[in-house]
Write a protein that binds this ligand. Structure first.
Ligand code: SAM
Length: 329
């Protein structure tokens, strides 16, 4: 098992396979998109498979594929199928915006994907367009129902944004009444990629989100959080699904952080809020062998920051961050 310098197990990798996305969520990236990475700058599938294999061998048990939008990268299903076959990997999951995903759901089920995080900030088609700048609401809903039809666990991720979608909180919670879904509300983070300074303090933090839900559902109950959960989990008596709140900006969960990230260009991040601690792609392309790469990785895991606040202080950010699409959410 991999243990970091703070005694925390590391068993979860979030791998972003592209920075490109087919939505333009205003809280994630500018309307014109980003300066997309060239193919050469991206890790190839072979490179990603090699590094995932090494990490699984070292103790990573769960891999989440994210982006950008994973399904805009060509031949993603072939990559996912190869990854699913890695010896020792317990869980392969995906985070997707659902625009292109519906036709792949049966294949995802076949390769053993049991759970998918679907990003959906509103159940209103016109607000969806305002937030994402794309008219794709019905495609996302098709993916949602396709996942449920195939018995794949669905976690809906909704970023809560003042003045944009707070009227969607209760309708999203209502989805849990009849459907076995987990709806998770995420504090908006300062990763908008447009250089704007984030409002501080956050007006819709995890406490206010819970108060809003309680105003409609006073009987809501706190339930146990799974190990390493970033969400505070709740259940409304009689509902089929559950509700979660992720304090992504307040960062209340760093003490049990079990995750590492690899960006599309192969940068290892020990923390969402750090600037990257190792360039894995460079190690691979300079011909390093597996043992040497493992040594670099172990050294990075032995130098993890305590929490996201320390990471942010170290990189001396000014309150602005790159886009989440360049990091992987
Ligand atoms: N394209 C995929 C998707 O939409 O799920 C995966 C990548 S996306 C960057 C991953 C997650 O990050 C999404 O749930 C998105 O809502 C979230 N995200 C992006 N920018 C964010 C921000 N500024 N604050 C909070 N969450 C954010």
């Amino acid at each position: 098992m991999l243990i970091d310098n703070h005694g925390r197990p590391i068993n979860y990798l979030r791998l972003a396979v592209t920075d490109r996305c087919n939505l333009r969520c205003f809280y994630c990236m500018p309307e014109d998109g980003l300066n997309w990475l060239s193919r050469k700058e991206l890790m190839s599938y072979d490179e990603m498979l090699r590094i995932c294999g090494l990490l699984v061998n070292m103790g990573i048990q769960k891999i989440r594929i994210t982006g950008g939008e994973p399904f805009v990268r060509k031949d993603i299903m072939e990559f996912l199928t190869a990854l699913a076959g890695l010896n020792g990997l317990d869980e392969l999951t995906i985070t997707t915006n659902g625009v292109l995903t519906a036709p792949y759901v049966a294949q995802l089920k076949n390769i053993g994907v049991k759970s998918v995080n679907l990003s959906l900030d509103t159940l209103d088609a016109s607000r969806f367009f305002t937030i994402t700048r794309r008219d794709e609401f019905s495609a996302v809903m098709a993916t949602f129902y396709e996942l449920l039809k195939h018995g794949i666990e669905v976690k809906i991720n909704a970023v809560v944004m003042d003045g944009k979608n707070t009227q969607d909180i209760i309708p999203l919670v209502e989805l849990t009444k009849d459907l076995p879904v987990s709806v998770r509300f995420i504090e908006e983070m300062p990763f908008n990629g447009d250089g704007e300074i984030h409002e501080t303090p956050l007006s819709w933090d995890h406490i206010r989100i819970l108060e809003e839900i309680k105003s409609a559902y006073p009987s809501i109950l706190k339930i146990d959080d799974p190990a390493y959960s970033t969400a505070y989990n709740y259940h409304i008596p009689g509902h089929a699904g559950s509700v979660g709140i992720i304090a992504a900006y307040s960062r209340t969960f760093c003490g049990t952080c079990n995750r590492i990230r690899i960006t599309p260009q192969g940068t290892l991040k020990n923390c969402l809020y750090d600037d990257g601690v190792l360039n894995i792609k460079d190690l691979i392309r300079s011909g390093k062998n597996d043992d040497t790469i493992k040594d670099y990785l172990l050294n990075a895991f032995n130098n993890r920051v305590k929490d996201g606040w320390e990471a942010e202080r170290l990189v001396a950010h000014t309150g602005m961050h790159e886009s989440m699409a360049a990091i992987g959410g």
